[in-house]
Design a protein around this ligand. Structure first.
Ligand code: GDP
Length: 284
């Protein structure tokens, strides 16, 4: 289900998160490793103010591993602890408990010293935009299917804690945040990675955006996949070349762009072009 976010929805989502924040010690911010900036909520710092945060780069199995490594360095450099995950298989999730404990260590030690709290589990909440993998991660961490896949903001149910290992408890309902809408490229990045429905945007536009990016960053993958001798300067020419190679022609020999776009998007979704990232940290 794709949520259409209106100011009213955002305010409600924020209120729901504020309520949940009262119950927890740390926030697990889930983003898509392929677009870690575009899949972040623009107000995350403000919304989670005061709570220690662990950034989780999810869907890393689909991201370019070299770029993911750069992102880890980038976020660590900003003082944000970060882990790389594949929630579908569970790869990386065994590191979450220790990371969460580390984040609250100082606070817990102080409280223990003052006798304020008895030793207890660290309580955590998963936050993220729709489709980033929140339910998949919760189910993985629970070791069973408890979270409903798909987002239904506003559907209230009794919240429960999921015990993870010996010292972590996770809220079984995630906090749902809205994505950034600031500029069009963010929408295109979210569409190409499947975070928002492609029907909301023009199909060919998404593919044109992707081809433009691949032309600059993954030309050899395009050459290999579509049997191209060379990569043209312009993405639109690339579109032509792929259409021709795939026999997407209309009468009169014109390229059928819609059909070409469909083929390319299907290839992207099926990971036929390999593991791809659509954002890199800005080198300074
Ligand atoms: P939510 O809306 O944030 O709860 O996202 P879901 O848990 O429903 O996941 C959205 C889609 O992403 C589903 O099709 C999941 O199978 C898929 N998914 C979630 N995590 C991963 C991951 O780490 N790797 C891959 N390849 N797919 C994932």
């Amino acid at each position: 289900m794709t949520i259409q976010w209106f100011p009213g929805h955002m305010a409600k989502a924020r209120r729901e998160i504020t309520e949940k924040l009262k119950l927890i010690d740390v926030v697990f911010e889930l983003v898509d490793a392929r677009v870690p900036l575009a899949s972040r909520n623009p107000m995350i710092d403000e919304i989670t103010a005061g709570k220690p945060r662990l950034l989780l780069l999810n869907k890393a199995d689909m991201a370019d591993p070299e770029v993911t490594r750069l992102w880890v360095e980038y976020f660590q450099g900003k003082g944000l602890p970060v882990l790389v995950l594949n929630s579908k298989t569970g790869q990386g999730i065994n590191k979450i408990e220790a990371a969460a404990k580390e984040l609250v260590k100082e606070k817990f030690d102080k409280m223990k010293a003052k006798g304020i709290i008895k030793p207890r589990a660290v309580r955590a909440l998963i936050l993220g935009i729709p489709n980033v993998g929140k339910s998949t991660l919760i189910n993985r961490m629970a070791g069973k299917n408890i979270a409903v896949t798909g987002d239904k903001p506003g559907v209230t149910k009794k919240q429960q804690w999921i015990k993870v290992g010996s010292s972590l408890e996770l809220l079984d309902t995630p906090g749902i945040l809205w994505p950034k809408f600031e500029d069009q490229s963010i929408g295109l990045k979210l569409a190409v990675t499947g975070a928002i429905k492609e029907t909301l945007l023009d199909f060919s536009e998404i593919v044109l955006f992707a081809l433009n990016y691949y032309k600059d960053h993954y030309p050899e993958r395009l050459q290999e996949r579509y049997n191209l001798e060379e990569i043209p300067e312009e993405a639109i020419q690339l579109f032509d070349a792929i259409g021709k190679k795939r026999g997407c022609l209309m009468s009169g020999g014109l390229i059928d762009y819609e059909k070409t776009a469909e083929i390319v998007l299907r290839d992207i979704r099926a990971e036929k072009l390999g593991r791809l990232s659509y954002e890199r940290p800005v080198q300074v």
